[in-house]
Design a binder for this molecule. Structure first.
Ligand SMILES: Cc1cc2nc3c(=O)[nH]c(=O)nc-3n(C[C@H](O)[C@H](O)[C@H](O)COP(=O)(O)OP(=O)(O)OC[C@H]3O[C@@H](n4cnc5c(N)ncnc54)[C@H](O)[C@@H]3O)c2cc1C
Length: 552
């Protein structure tokens, strides 16, 4: 039986063909492409259209566009980073369809950096054996992609845009097919408060879940809502334990929480070195690619050095670039460092790992279909199998693009075949599901601290048991308040806290189950990769009591 968040009954209803949740690269690409198939699209987004992770992407988008590069070489690098858990068909789809998907993005209006002959400039990032990362505005790739896609959707009268609207739960019809969703619109006017949107299909493009940790590169909207919604709707999620910690996030002090500025891998790609306080390069001899080793290797090496030396950060040295290169190639990073009192032209940059990317998510097939009929997922919220145990740098924007296009193609084909009918949904009956107690807004910071302490870069059975117990205490408190007739009010902060709690609990359950070290999952008590026991995916669903239950 599905679950849902405690919320008032919908006070208004709207109808569309395809409702897309989220307005990053994935959601907006779905919306633009389903429109080409003659379907109406409604995009619902939590804050402003450009408030997801997409806008923050710096380094670029990976695709075999360069001379001598091939999808096969991109496939090889992706499989190596994924540490034995990539779904090869999904990777092959990504790398084969990727170059044309980038060209289509350019046709929509995204302007990538070019040389004097008009060829796209390509850089290298960790784990890539070739220069294959296209970038825009130097280090402002995501901002340019977001700008182009937002302009395109705003120009299409067939796409309805609902900003400042938090999607709560899925609606299904009597056959269990997705038939719309409930949402809370934060605004004034006809659509204020909780409402329902009926649709023939629902696409989740809600991005990542970095906010379950204290320090993250992800913006405030990345609270794992799509994964939580999918779990409550009965969908399978997979690979949640594989959270990538970006090795080089600007260190702002031990007490810093929430979104922290990233110092892109491209800075290392252009030749910056990781050094300790004495200026010694500690990545040499650890990996053939040194500072450009895959992210998990670099994050672990930095964490080891921090432990060895009892410090809270290491340093990135890009002083040899000189002022001109910093200003032209990395203007965003230069500005954010300077805003925090560090001048990369003359100073070492203090860096430490922080939660960056969710390799796992809502399980999908190659057309983006989840295990709930009519519910699709793409972008960071999805687990297509492309990333395996670790994402290769700059594959995520590409994954969002390629699989969003595939979802739109699947919806178009179903529509053409008469297999995408309007769904009859009795909203009141569809909401007849068990409700999840909401958590007080203050629980958000408690969850983040618990997760960073026990389920971050370094994990052990002991640390994760402590985290799981801390999360269980928060759940018991919420239930006790409910029993006493003093439940947390249904509102954005308490819905988000409930989503964070569910995602954190599912993540730590999977991470505790996987007794090995693989990709970005690092167990201090099981330091080796163990293919005999663990070369498979862990799949999570909710059990009859609404608790995350891991199979595999
Ligand atoms: C600092 C930073 C740098 C990065 N650099 C790169 C890079 O160089 N290359 C690369 O490939 N990747 C990079 N990434 C990762 C990449 O940006 C993301 O994986 C990608 O943009 C995700 O796109 P998306 O469309 O899936 O989600 P997002 O862009 O995160 O969008 C999610 C959307 O869902 C909305 N949403 C969430 N929950 C709800 C809800 N309940 N109701 C309604 N709306 C909701 C959000 O408001 C948002 O609009 C970077 C990420 C960060 C944070």
């Amino acid at each position: 039986m599905p679950y849902r968040l405690t919320a008032p009954a919908p006070g208004w209803t709207a109808t569309t063909d395809v409702v897309v949740v989220g307005s990053g690269v994935a959601g907006l690409t779905v919306a633009l492409n389903v429109r080409r198939a003659g379907l109406r699209a409604t995009v619902v987004t939590k804050a402003m259209l450009d408030d997801g992770s997409t806008r923050w992407a710096q380094g670029g988008i990976a695709a075999a566009l360069g001379e001598g590069d091939t999808p096969e070489q991109h496939l090889d690098d992706t499989l190596v980073a994924g540490a034995g858990l990539c779904d090869e068909d999904a990777v092959r789809t990504l790398v084969t369809e990727g170059p044309d998907a980038v060209r289509r993005l350019i046709a929509v209006g995204a302007a990538f950096d070019q040389d004097e002959d008009g060829s796209i400039l390509l850089t290298r990032e960790g784990g890539h054996h070739r220069r294959r990362i296209a970038h825009a505005g130097g280090d402002a790739t995501g901002a340019e992609i977001s700008r182009a896609l937002v302009a395109a959707v705003r120009n299409d009268p067939g796409i309805e845009l609902i900003e400042h609207a938090l999607v709560l739960d899925l609606l299904t019809d009597a056959d269990g097919h997705a038939a719309g969703l409930t949402l809370h619109v934060m605004g004034e006017g006809q659509r204020d408060g909780v409402g329902a949107i009926r649709a023939r299909a629902v696409v989740l493009a809600t991005g990542g879940m970095g906010q379950v940790f204290s320090a993250t590169t992800n913006p405030a909207v990345s609270t794992g809502d799509g994964v939580a919604l999918a779990l409550r709707a009965g969908a399978e999620v997979a690979d949640l334990e594989f959270v990538q910690f970006h090795p080089t996030v600007l260190w702002l002090g031990a007490e810093a929480e929430g979104q922290q500025p990233l110092v892109s891998e491209a800075v290392r790609g252009e030749g910056a070195h990781l050094v300790d306080a004495s200026g010694e390069r500690f990545m040499l001899g650890q990996h053939e690619l040194a500072e450009l080793a895959p992210r998990d290797i670099v994050a672990k090496a930095i964490t080891r050095q921090m432990q060895l030396r009892g410090t809270e950060h290491m340093y990135l040295d890009g002083r040899h670039f000189g002022a001109e290169m910093w200003e032209h190639r990395f203007p965003t990073i230069l500005a954010s460092c300077r805003a925090h009192g560090i001048d990369p032209v003359t100073d070492l940059i203090p860096v430490a790992p922080a939660a960056h990317y969710a390799s796992g998510g809502v399980r999908t097939d190659l057309t983006g279909r989840t295990t709930v009929p009519g519910l699709y997922a793409c972008g960071e919220v999805a687990c297509t199998g492309v990333h395996g145990a670790n994402r290769l740098a700059s594959n995520s924007l590409l994954e969002g693009l390629v699989f969003a296009e595939r979802i739109a193609a699947d919806l178009a084909a179903r529509h053409a075949a008469g297999d995408l009918p309007e769904r009859a949904v009795d909203v009141a009956a569809a909401l007849d599901a068990r409700t999840v107690p909401l958590l007080a807004p203050e629980a958000r910071a408690d969850i983040q601290r618990l997760m960073s302490r026990g389920a971050g870069v370094l994990r052990s059975a002991e640390s994760m048991a402590a985290t799981a117990e801390g999360l269980a205490v928060l759940a018991r408190e919420a239930s006790a308040y409910l029993d006493e007739g003093k439940p947390a009010d249904p509102r954005v902060e308490t819905w988000e806290a409930a989503n964070l709690h569910l995602v954190a609990t599912a993540l730590v359950t999977a991470a505790a189950r996987r007794e090995e070290t693989r990709g970005c999952h690092w167990r201090e008590d099981f330091p080796d990769r163990d293919d005999a026991r663990w070369q498979h995916h862990l799949v999570t669903t909710l059990d009859a009591d609404g608790h995350p239950c891991v199979q595999g």
